[in-house]
Design a protein around this ligand. Structure first.
Ligand code: ZN
Ligand code: ZN
Length: 339
């Protein structure tokens, strides 16, 4: 109603356009929040190498607009996948950070189950060098008649590499420093074109074939020759979101630079401060060191995990991390966190 009254006469419209746009943009912002596309991480396992009854070893699933990406695949990942009510059919890509067992021993079970389920789509697994050589003979032995193909991709671990892209997402490696070649992963949404303000487009009678140009920033000239600036026809798209996963590693300045400003950083926090010497020896990070990485990188939120079996109660890790970076949460199996 308000908009209709304003647009009946040009002078009124021009005088009132600030509040008119405020009305339109508020409405659209609310609408945008409602339809914000899914980008969330499910924790399947957040323990480390030694088994405990409290945790599964490392594995996560990132849901980006209903496409599922698995990050590490520790033992039991497929059970946790089921418990989290995720759909196997939506999983096409697995990213393995390094070839320690707590990050990849779940692959055999997962691959076999997908075969039992009669999967036909390829499953792509990206990892540092060596996984295909290790798994190839075992897959040949256990799954003689695979209903689908497993495609292995290897990445280098010395410098960041773009290892996946689609229309809306890129995945880049984050080189880490561990007892063997290892990389984390940076998942970044691609910037999206502006949103059309339907009321304004209708008002100026913009033909449909002009909409793509306008979405991408073009102004519009009416049949009468009036130039309508793009800002009057569109509102900016939501900012692209980014999720970074860093496990296992010593704390690194290069990670700080690569994850600067991300919406959510998962960083391993295997040990408490009192075990800092053990963290150094085993090429791991303490909770306060993880928090320091988050703080220096000015990330929005920090999630810590890869907990050592020695801590019955991980609140000590949370307290130490929060004393450095308050926006920290503990990872926990079957929980999901929006990015
Ligand atoms: Zn590990
Ligand atoms: Zn490791």
């Amino acid at each position: 109603m308000v908009l209709n009254r304003f647009i009946c006469g040009v002078p009124v419209f021009v005088r009132m356009q600030a509040s008119c746009f405020l009305y339109v943009s508020e409405k659209n912002a609310i609408f945008a929040r409602c339809v914000m596309e899914k980008f969330e991480v499910h924790i399947l396992g957040c323990g480390s190498a030694l088994p405990t009854t409290r945790h599964f070893p490392a594995s996560q699933v990132l849901n980006v607009r209903e496409k599922l990406f698995m990050i590490d695949c520790g033992e039991g990942a497929q059970l946790q996948f089921r418990k989290s009510k995720l759909k196997f059919s939506r999983l096409n890509h697995v990213f393995i950070s390094h070839l320690h067992g707590d990050h990849c021993f779940g692959l055999f079970g997962l691959i076999s189950t997908l075969n039992l389920l009669g999967r036909t789509a390829e499953l792509h697994i990206s990892s540092p060098q060596g996984l295909e050589e290790l798994m190839g003979p075992m897959l040949d032995f256990f799954n003689k008649q695979m209903s689908y193909r497993v495609v292995f991709h290897e990445f280098g671990t010395r410098k960041p590499e773009l290892i996946y892209k689609d229309r809306s997402l890129t995945v880049t490696t984050i080189p880490l420093c561990h007892r063997m070649p290892a990389c984390g992963f940076l998942f970044a949404e691609k910037p999206r074109p502006n949103h059309i303000i339907r009321e304004m487009v209708d008002f100026y009678g913009v033909p449909v074939h002009e909409l793509n140009r306008i979405k991408n920033g073009a102004d519009y000239r009416t049949a009468e020759g009036e130039l309508i600036p793009n800002a009057r026809l569109t509102r900016p798209a939501e900012l692209p979101r980014r999720y970074a996963y860093c496990s296992d590693t010593v704390p690194l300045d290069s990670v700080v630079e690569q994850v600067r400003g991300v919406d959510l950083l998962f960083h391993e926090a295997t040990f408490a401060d009192e075990d800092a010497a053990r963290a150094r020896e085993t090429f791991h990070t303490t909770a306060s060191q993880a928090a320091s990485v988050a703080c220096r990188a000015e990330v929005k939120r920090l999630l810590i995990g890869h907990f050592s079996a020695r801590y019955e109660d991980e609140s000590v890790l949370l307290d130490e991390a929060r004393s450095v970076f308050p926006s920290t949460q503990l990872a926990r199996e079957t929980l999901s966190f929006p990015v």
